[in-house]
Each structure stands twice: as structure tokens, then as C-alpha cells.
Write a protein that binds this ligand. Structure first.
Ligand SMILES: C[S@@+](CC[C@H](N)C(=O)[O-])C[C@H]1O[C@@H](n2cnc3c(N)ncnc32)[C@H](O)[C@@H]1O
Length: 254
């Protein structure tokens, strides 16, 4: 959740939109693209070895982090950063317990914040960002900051794996959303984020009237293939793939 106290430590700059609470979209399953990766162990050209330095951003429940451990990557080479503190606590208490990897709370859109988690410039060989671009507030300057921060943390020639759903979920898919673990957008949470005027502000932000039962998949931030290419092509060579439901980008820092 948006933490005004933490944000107030930063120098005053352009006002950041409130962080919208959006947690994991899958219940205890690794990402399809990471399962695929575990078969050939290559994101772009380099083979993953025990020595590969990997940073996972936004691995809600720790399931993708666990996949890299199963691929034999040394735990000390894995950094797993996630925004939602309750997910971090749960991942550390369950999936990552006694694995040697501790997920850390951090905001990947803010490099100073990332430095507090121990991440440094030019330190990572692989970064993964699985279904994080869908988070509604990751747009505009926040989106640019996220991409710049990934470029900064990667070594020259470092590789980046990204997945993003191709479509928003619809109102008719609320049962499906529930089944795969996408949370309800509650009035209580919106009031915390936007204040008393939350209904109006929600409409302004997402172009939809809030209604009881609505889930976060309906306000996902979905980019087209063209928009994804534009976001990354300046800094990366890109292999673009797609499945029925998601876009997968395999990239190498230029
Ligand atoms: C839609 S969930 C996806 C979770 C998981 N990777 C998956 O594929 O199911 C988005 C995740 O990104 C994390 N997240 C959102 N904004 C973030 C940020 N600025 N920095 C780091 N993690 C963030 C959330 O905590 C959440 O776990």
C-alpha cells in the first residue's frame, strides 16, 4: 500500500500518484514464462548458472524465486524485491522459508529505495518483471523510472524477462478473477488511497464507476505490443513472443 511516510523521505519532486494495492494474480503457481525458462535456462543468450546474479521484481508469493533456486542458482546470488509488505512476510514465512533467500520490501520505481534493499548499479545479470507492468499506477513517469532503474541495476549485456497480460479482465470474468486470486477493489482500500473523494478520483483515474464486487484485473494497465516495444527498444534488443493470454519479452541491455 502507499505509505505517505516513506514517500515523504524523498526530495520534493513531481507528485507521485498513490500506489494502488494490487497483489499477486496467481495462487501458488510460478509464472508460465519462468516455468518455460527453467527448461532451457536462457533468457536471451546467456545460460543461467549457479553464479548468475538475478533480481526478481514483484514476485508476490515467491514462487518464481523458488524456480531459480530449483534451477540451481546460489541463494546468495538471488535478490527478490516486492512492494507489498504482507506478501513479503508471507513469502518469507512459507515458500522461501529456509531457502537462503529472503524477499525484501522495496519500490522498484525508486532507485534510492532500491539501494536500501542492497541493490547497486551494474550488479545484476538477469532481472525479471512478471505481471508487474499491469499495476495501475505504473504509467507515465513512474513507468519510465521503473525501466531506467532496471537499466541501471543490470550489468552491460544483462538480460531482462518481462511478461504482461494481453487483455484486461472483464466484469463477466469476476469468478475467474476470484479463482486465480485477483483481489476485490474494496471501498475501504479506495478511501485509504484517495480520501473522502474516492469515488470521483477512482473514476478520473480509471474511467470506470466503482461498483461492489469489482476486481483489480478490470483496471489493469495493459499495453499493446507497439507500446511495449516503444517502452524498451531504446535500451534493449528484444525478442518478442506471445501466448494466448500474455506477451513475453526477452531482452538484452544494449
Ligand atoms: C499483479 S502482481 C504479480 C505478481 C507475480 N509476479 C505474478 O506474476 O503473479 C504485481 C506484483 O508487483 C508488486 N509490485 C507492484 N509495484 C511494485 C513496485 N513499485 N516495486 C516492486 N514490486 C511491485 C506487487 O507487490 C505484486 O506482488
Amino acid at each position: 500500500m502507499f505509505n505517505p511516510e516513506r514517500m515523504s523521505d524523498q526530495p520534493p519532486k513531481e507528485e507521485k500518484p498513490p500506489m494502488v494495492k494490487i497483489e499477486s494474480t496467481r495462487i501458488y503457481e510460478p509464472s508460465a514464462a519462468i516455468v518455460e525458462l527453467s527448461k532451457h535456462r536462457v533468457v536471451f543468450v546467456n545460460k543461467i548458472t549457479p553464479e548468475t546474479k538475478i533480481c526478481l521484481i514483484g514476485d508476490g508469493q515467491g514462487m518464481d524465486t523458488q524456480q531459480f533456486l530449483q534451477m540451481g542458482v546460489n541463494p546468495e546470488n538471488i535478490t527478490s524485491i516486492n512492494y507489498e509488505q504482507n506478501e513479503v512476510d508471507q513469502a518469507n514465512a512459507k515458500v522461501l522459508k529456509n531457502t537462503g533467500v529472503e524477499m525484501r520490501q522495496g519500490d522498484a520505481t525508486d532507485f534510492e529505495n532500491l539501494k536500501n534493499t542492497g541493490l547497486t548499479e551494474n550488479s545484476q545479470e538477469i532481472v525479471t518483471l512478471m505481471h508487474v507492468l499491469e499495476v495501475p499506477n505504473i504509467k507515465g513517469d513512474t513507468e519510465k523510472n521503473l525501466v531506467n532503474n532496471i537499466v541501471r541495476m543490470l550489468k552491460p549485456g544483462g538480460e531482462l524477462l518481462i511478461s504482461q497480460y494481453k487483455h484486461k479482465f472483464t466484469k463477466a470474468e469476476r469468478d475467474l478473477q476470484k479463482k486465480i486470486g485477483i483481489e476485490k477493489i474494496t471501498a475501504e482500500n479506495l478511501q485509504k488511497q484517495f480520501g473522502d473523494d474516492w469515488k470521483k478520483k477512482f473514476k478520473e483515474a480509471y474511467g470506470l464507476e466503482w461498483e461492489e464486487g469489482m476486481r483489480y484485473g478490470e483496471i489493469s494497465n495493459i499495453r499493446s505490443k507497439h507500446e511495449l516495444m516503444k517502452l524498451f527498444e531504446q535500451n534493449f534488443d528484444i525478442k518478442f513472443e506471445e501466448t494466448e493470454s500474455e506477451y513475453v519479452l526477452r531482452m538484452k541491455k544494449k
